[in-house]
Design a protein around this ligand. Structure first.
Ligand SMILES: *Cc1c(COP(=O)(O)O)cnc(C)c1O
Length: 399
């Protein structure tokens, strides 16, 4: 398409131009339809063109799109209340993306530490974590491949091994102001924390007067069958970061803090767009839909259904499937022999969207409005793809 060359070459895109969507389906310019098990990377939790979300955005756009944080608006107040009440009973700051939510959390942690001791500024994060692309969040992202070209990074960060409390014990000290982690790691291949680990991390953070930050940008907003994953574990963070699913596709992120971490004052932080009425009205509709329309039960039920089907595939194709992991509708299938990228490409050609992740894993992140029938269709495509890879292998063996 004329004009593609004007975009920076930052993504290896699939060769398709999408045009419109409805529910769990999305259509390209030529009218070919795809089953969307990507949800724009865990964003379109209500599926595409959800009538209530569309209506909300239309109505709000006609009233007021933006007016800045110099003033109050009802959608922002309402969304803050919904988030605060349903999480840490805390306060909320609105941003526009996941990485900004984490930057905000990092700044809060630094200020919190500084108030206690001038040397209490270190932040610990997990190897193989993902927290975003701006420099603070990038430094917290424990993956050298994302960091190498952008050094020097931000001072005062160090890393521990996920799900390994001894590794964290070796790194923690009175100089640490915060520990940040994803209760279910997303980008590195859908790796849930163990309950023991999160409980031990919480205890350790209390002991060292360190803030605990949970990055639920991917695993939050109902993805795991609870509004937030930490609620499944029964371990509360001091700071919760949210984005992706919050606006159902409208860019918005949020930081929720408990009383201890509620320390920002006028002038400390800000965002021109953050929490504007258009984005917040979308957030209110998404939250209400999730909380009041049985969507969490739906995620739980469909998640179990999908996971069972993936387990069946593992039994059927033990030479290709190494492991299936995840909670709710945040599921991963780790492959062997076939690359996750090639596999996602093959599924794409057959009309199913999946996202590759680290660890040679393909992610299944469907919208919460999918049906068992959609899952059956998707898994039929996955099965076909495995069979084709097998045929190709046996062909090359006989050659
Ligand atoms: C996607 C993601 C981010 C970054 O969000 P952006 O909106 O792309 O900045 C941060 N943390 C986690 C866990 C994510 O999955």
């Amino acid at each position: 398409m004329n004009g593609m060359n004007y975009l920076m070459n930052t993504y290896n895109r699939f060769p398709v131009v999408f045009d419109h969507g409805e529910g769990a389906r999305i259509w390209d310019k030529n009218g070919k339809s795809y089953l969307d098990f990507t949800s724009g990377i865990a964003v379109n939790v209500l599926g595409h063109s959800h009538p209530k979300l569309v209506e909300t955005i239309k109505t709000q756009a006609e009233k007021l799109i933006h007016c800045s944080n110099l003033y109050w608006t009802e959608p922002q107040i309402e969304l803050a209340k919904l988030l605060g009440e349903n999480t840490l009973k805390g306060k909320v700051f609105f941003v526009n993306s996941g990485t900004e939510a984490n930057e905000t959390a990092i700044k809060i942690a630094r200020k919190y530490g500084k108030k206690k001791d001038k040397n209490k500024y270190k932040i610990l994060s997990a190897h193989d974590s993902f927290h975003g692309r701006t420099l603070g969040s990038l430094t917290a992202t424990g993956q050298p491949k994302y960091q190498e070209d952008f050094k020097p990074l931000v001072d005062g960060f160090d890393y521990f091994e996920f799900n390994n409390i001894d590794s964290l014990k070796q790194k923690i000290s009175n100089e640490v102001c915060a520990v940040i982690l994803e209760p279910v790691q997303g980008e590195s291949g859908i790796i849930p924390a163990t309950k023991d680990f999160l409980e031990a991390v919480r205890k350790l953070c209390n002991e060292y007067e360190t803030l605990l930050i949970f990055d639920e940008v991917q695993c939050g907003m109902g993805r795991t069958g609870k509004l937030f994953a930490y609620q499944r574990y029964g371990v509360d963070p001091d700071i919760l970061t949210v984005a992706k699913g919050l606006g159902g596709g409208v860019p918005i992120g949020a930081v929720v803090v408990n009383k201890k971490a509620d320390i920002l004052e006028p002038g400390d932080h800000g965002s021109t767009f953050g929490g504007n009425p258009l984005a917040c009205s979308a957030g209110v509709t998404v939250m209400r839909e999730i909380l009041e329309n049985n969507l969490l039960e739906q995620v739980e039920k469909l998640g179990i259904y999908l996971k069972k089907k993936l387990e069946n595939l593992k039994e059927k194709f033990p030479e290709h499937v190494k492991e299936t992991r995840g909670i709710g509708l945040m599921l991963g299938m780790e492959l062997k022999e076939i690359s996750a990228k090639d596999f996602a490409k093959k599924c794409f050609e057959k009309g199913l969207l999946l996202v590759p992740a680290g660890n040679n894993t393909v992610r299944f992140l469907p919208p919460f409005v999918i049906t068992e029938d959609d899952i059956d269709q998707a898994l039929e495509i996955v099965k076909e793809c495995f069979s084709e890879f097998e045929n190709r292998e046996s062909r090359s063996e006989t050659r």
